[in-house]
Design a protein around this ligand. Structure first.
Ligand SMILES: CC(C)(COP(=O)(O)OP(=O)(O)OC[C@H]1O[C@@H](n2cnc3c(N)ncnc32)[C@H](O)[C@@H]1OP(=O)(O)O)[C@@H](O)C(=O)NCCC(=O)NCCS
Length: 392
């Protein structure tokens, strides 16, 4: 019987993340050019990997139109100067786009279809506002297949507050403040230098360097957060301060097979141990990472306490707090999002997954930890979790 090959995460980078819209740093930059920037940087800093050895390029975007619409994996590979013998394709699993690109590429590597793969994602939410080109089938609502609130992510976060009254506005704001504080500290240590690629961008004021995240607010205070009005429902608890903003950004990663790692003399950072995607009630989509985490731990045969680091996406504080409460992890646990999260850096939907993996690799190395988890929730009610082992 054929044995699957082990898959390693070799390296991963991201662009800085920008505010979607005309005032954001990437407003005049194409989405695919942002993805190309991340890929070019990966090629530059991994010279042991000849571009012609790449066997597949998988790129994710939620809106697959316009400047992120042309079978991204192929489009980005050609634009990045990768030989035209290297194939590519595009995937979509909304917020888990980049994680899905990683696991799709990992599957090809495990089965021997590719030795090395590029996986990443891009979302220019300024050029492609969430849901702009989507026509929701009316049957969803008329036949009550989903609750109407399921289509608006902020409303699903309000639903979590309703379902779990222990998750209060105060806890959500305190979590958001901690995220901002941790992210501010992270920009002063090495994690952002290792994972963020500055990019020259053309703006209304001419050329400039995009080198940091526009959502970072080091001056955030509990009083300031408490003063913000609810964004999605009168009397609600979800605000601009305890949500991730609408974001432009791109990410890219190199994955390789164990024998290729040895052949090319690569220094991988992580081994992919197991992954799981799960479905949950669409109007409670934020709960998705809970069953995904349980499933991935059971596949690997380890306990939550064996995991040394959790990199969770933070679309909404309420969403991470749900995961914490359900799994019994304190929200101020030192293993959880030590460099802050999407509340402070932004969440360019299909790009985010690789940011989590790249930061996890850095964090496990820094802490000399063994296992690490990347997890996020997905619109229309899903969860994703990948378990990694530190080999760096
Ligand atoms: C919540 C949301 C609607 C807010 O959008 P917005 O109103 O354009 O956000 P802004 O950045 O303009 O912030 C609104 C206000 O909050 C303030 N604010 C934001 N963060 C703050 C902080 N940490 N401290 C104090 N004030 C803050 C801003 O300064 C702004 O104030 P102003 O109106 O006086 O200028 C939007 O970010 C959103 O939809 N987020 C969720 C995205 C999403 O669903 N992603 C997918 C997840 S699955």
């Amino acid at each position: 019987m054929r044995e699957a090959r082990e898959v390693f995460f070799v390296d991963g980078v991201r662009t800085p993340f920008g505010k979607a819209g005309p005032k954001g740093q990437f407003w005049r930059t194409r989405a695919d050019d942002m993805a190309v920037k991340a890929v070019r940087e990966l090629l530059r800093r991994n010279p042991e990997i000849p571009a012609e050895r790449i066997g597949e390029v998988v790129f994710a975007a939620t809106a697959q139109v316009g400047d992120q619409g042309l079978t991204l994996g192929r489009d980005v590979a050609l634009l990045a100067g990768i030989p035209d013998t290297v194939p590519g394709f595009a995937v979509d699993r909304m917020c888990a786009g980049a994680l899905t690109a990683v696991t799709a590429a990992a599957g090809e590597i495990a089965l021997g279809a590719a030795d090395v793969a590029l996986a990443g994602g891009v979302e220019h939410m300024g050029h492609h506002p969430m849901g702009a080109d989507v026509e929701l089938n009316p049957r969803f609502v008329s036949e009550r297949l989903i609750d109407e609130s399921a289509a608006v992510m902020g409303k699903t976060a309000e639903n979590l507050h309703d379902r779990f009254p222990a998750i209060t506005r105060e806890r959500a704001d305190a979590f958001a403040l901690a995220s901002q504080q941790k992210a501010t500290a992270a920009w002063a240590n090495g994690v952002m230098r290792e994972t963020v690629v500055p990019m020259a961008v053309f703006t209304d004021d001419g050329w400039r360097l995009a080198e940091s995240d526009e959502f970072l607010r080091p001056d955030t205070s509990l009083e300031g957060l408490a003063a913000l009005a609810p964004a999605f429902r009168a009397g609600g608890r979800v605000t601009a301060g305890n949500s991730a903003g609408l974001t432009d950004g791109a990410t890219a990663a190199f994955l390789a097979a164990e024998d290729t790692v040895a052949e090319l003399g690569l220094s991988p950072k992580l081994r992919l141990v197991a992954y799981a995607y799960t479905g949950v009630e669409p109007h409670l989509m934020g709960i998705g990472p809970v069953p995904a985490t349980r499933r991935v731990l059971s596949q690997a045969g380890i306990e939550l306490d064996d995991v040394d680091l959790f990199e969770l996406n933070e679309p909404f504080a309420a969403q991470v707090l749900t995961w914490c409460d359900e799994l019994g992890v304190a929200e101020d646990d030192h293993r959880l999002n030590p460099y802050g999260g999407a509340i402070a850096c932004g969440h360019p939907l299909a790009a985010t997954g690789v940011r989590l993996v790249a930061q996890l690799a850095y964090g496990l190395r820094e802490r000399r930890g063994r296992y690490g988890l990347t997890a996020l929730c997905i619109g229309m009610g899903m969860g994703a979790a990948i378990l990694w082992e530190n080999v760096g």
